[in-house]
Design a protein around this ligand. Structure first.
Ligand SMILES: NC(=O)c1ccc[n+]([C@@H]2O[C@H](COP(=O)([O-])OP(=O)(O)OC[C@H]3O[C@@H](n4cnc5c(N)ncnc54)[C@H](O)[C@@H]3O)[C@@H](O)[C@H]2O)c1
Length: 447
């Protein structure tokens, strides 16, 4: 079976490579990009909500497996792919033998599990953000990916990265438009306060496999409110609870800090400190500010990266710039000025007498970083080609690890020193223990 799979893999790769070189062939040619033989066998895990945004991209592949804990949610996907096998338990789904690739759109407490199990089965995987629900999970998944990066393509679902503004901001920063980079601030204004886990209310409907929905997380009783959001927004009904998500730092923070991360070539932090709302054991903070120190790299010195959420905000460099009018934004501070950006636009604010821009060589058009194109297709094409994606589990794993470390520092309320190579907090045992979380019996991250 394995040999057959490897042969199929090699065939997919070589036909994709041939496809790239043979784009002048008429469509329908055996080796054209859309030839039936040149398709991935995909499992879609989580088939409603965010998954609907993947329907178009994966419909040019063979969708052979569908999995959802809610049988009603499976129905819509079955209408589109009637021949696909259906599952309610993703562990069973991943046993299907003809799979090449997985798209995971489930709740956050299962992301690292699905991603890690998929990698262990040599499956390409696209996983919705965030990649894990604690530091250790992200590290496990990244390490597994790094062992397999020569045969598997991965992507974390931060699709805003395909916006050309990400590259324009990166060019400004690395080309020195604000001098030497010193500090980066990212923020999000969303506020969804909750008092605590919802009280037990009624029984789960027959269509919903509630115990599988809870999955590896500690058990909390059913309440329909967890399931009351519209498609793609239902995550806002559960991702603020510690056992199900990481609140705004993991939610919009994944997108907004990606805009920062794309421009700074960040490694793992050396320390982290955070403050915010009083600690609630059930719910992540609405208001929080977290700062990591990031080591120097080959083009810049060490920098700080601050995330602000739920009302916490960086100070504006000039009274006439109202940062509060940017819902989700990033501000880069350098020795000669600021770049302020949101997902689609940017402004440059030079400051000081020598900020005359004479030090800055704007790059020519032909040197600009090329657009990455369609974000989901970047991954599926990579799986059939050179395996390269912009938000692979290394880049995004590092990004998400430092975000989740912010929650650890917030919980202990002290500055923590971090050894990124070992994945250890070196000055605080309580914080070190919070890098991992406990799972219900029967659930294994390494499966
Ligand atoms: N990239 C983006 O812009 C974006 C936008 C919205 C949501 N998301 C992410 O997508 C994920 C899903 O968010 P949502 O709002 O669609 O949530 P949701 O609660 O609607 O869940 C999505 C689907 O997954 C199913 N599901 C949940 N747990 C499952 C499990 N263990 N196994 C199989 N199916 C399961 C649900 O029944 C539902 O059909 C979240 O992690 C969220 O962060 C990303």
């Amino acid at each position: 079976m394995m040999e057959k799979k490897i042969q199929r893999r090699q065939f997919l790769k070589s036909t994709a490579a041939a496809g790239m070189g043979l784009t002048i062939l008429p469509s329908g040619t055996l080796f054209g990009a859309n030839a039936p033989s040149n398709k991935l066998n995909v499992a879609l895990i989580g088939t409603w909500g965010r998954a609907l945004a993947h329907f178009n991209a994966i419909s040019s592949e063979n969708v052979v497996a569908l999995c959802d804990v809610d049988e009603n949610h499976l129905t819509g996907a079955v209408k589109k792919w009637p021949k696909a096998k259906t599952y309610v338990d993703w562990r069973k789904c991943l046993e299907q033998k003809d799979l090449d690739a997985v798209v995971c759109c489930t709740t956050d407490q299962t992301h690292a599990f699905v991603a890690n199990w998929a990698l262990s089965r040599d499956l390409h995987i696209y996983c919705e953000k965030p990649l894990g629900n604690c530091v250790n999970e992200v590290r496990v998944v990244r390490a597994n990916y790094l062992k397999k990066k020569n045969k598997l393509a991965t992507q974390v679902g931060t699709q805003r990265h395909a916006n050309p503004n990400f590259n324009r901001v990166r060019e400004l920063i690395i080309d020195g438009a604000i001098g030497d980079l010193k500090h980066v601030y990212a923020w999000g204004n969303r506020q969804i306060p909750k008092p605590g886990y919802l009280p037990a209310k009624g029984d789960p409907p027959k269509n919903l496999h509630y115990d599988l929905w809870i999955g590896p997380a500690p058990f909390h009783p059913y309440n329909p409110e967890y399931f009351s959001g519209g498609p793609g927004a239902n995550c806002l009904h559960w991702n603020m609870y510690w056992d199900f998500g990481s609140g705004q730092i993991g939610d919009m923070g994944s997108h907004t800090m990606d805009l920062a991360w794309c421009a700074i070539d960040g490694g793992l932090p050396t320390s982290c400190e955070a403050t915010g709302d009083p600690f609630n054991p059930d719910v992540t903070p609405v208001k929080m500010e977290s700062t990591v120190q990031l080591p120097a790299n080959d083009w810049r010195g060490p920098i700080g990266l601050t995330w602000c959420q739920g009302g916490a905000m960086p100070r504006s460099p000039k009274g006439y710039v109202d940062l509060n009018r940017i819902g989700h934004g990033v501000m880069f501070k350098g020795t000669k000025g600021y770049v302020i950006a949101d997902f689609g636009s940017r402004m440059l604010l030079p400051f000081g007498n020598d900020a005359d821009m004479s030090y800055y060589n704007r790059r020519d058009k032909d040197e600009m970083i090329p657009d990455l194109g369609h974000f989901q297709k970047e991954w599926s094409n990579a799986a059939k080609g050179n395996l390269k994606t912009t938000c692979d589990f290394e880049y995004s794993g590092n990004l998400i690890e430092q975000m989740l470390l912010g929650l650890v520092a917030y919980r202990v309320g002290k500055k923590i020193e971090y050894d990124g190579a070992a994945g250890r907090v070196t000055n605080n045992a309580e914080a070190d223990a919070l890098l991992s979380r406990k799972y219900r019996p029967g659930w294994k991250l390494n499966g």
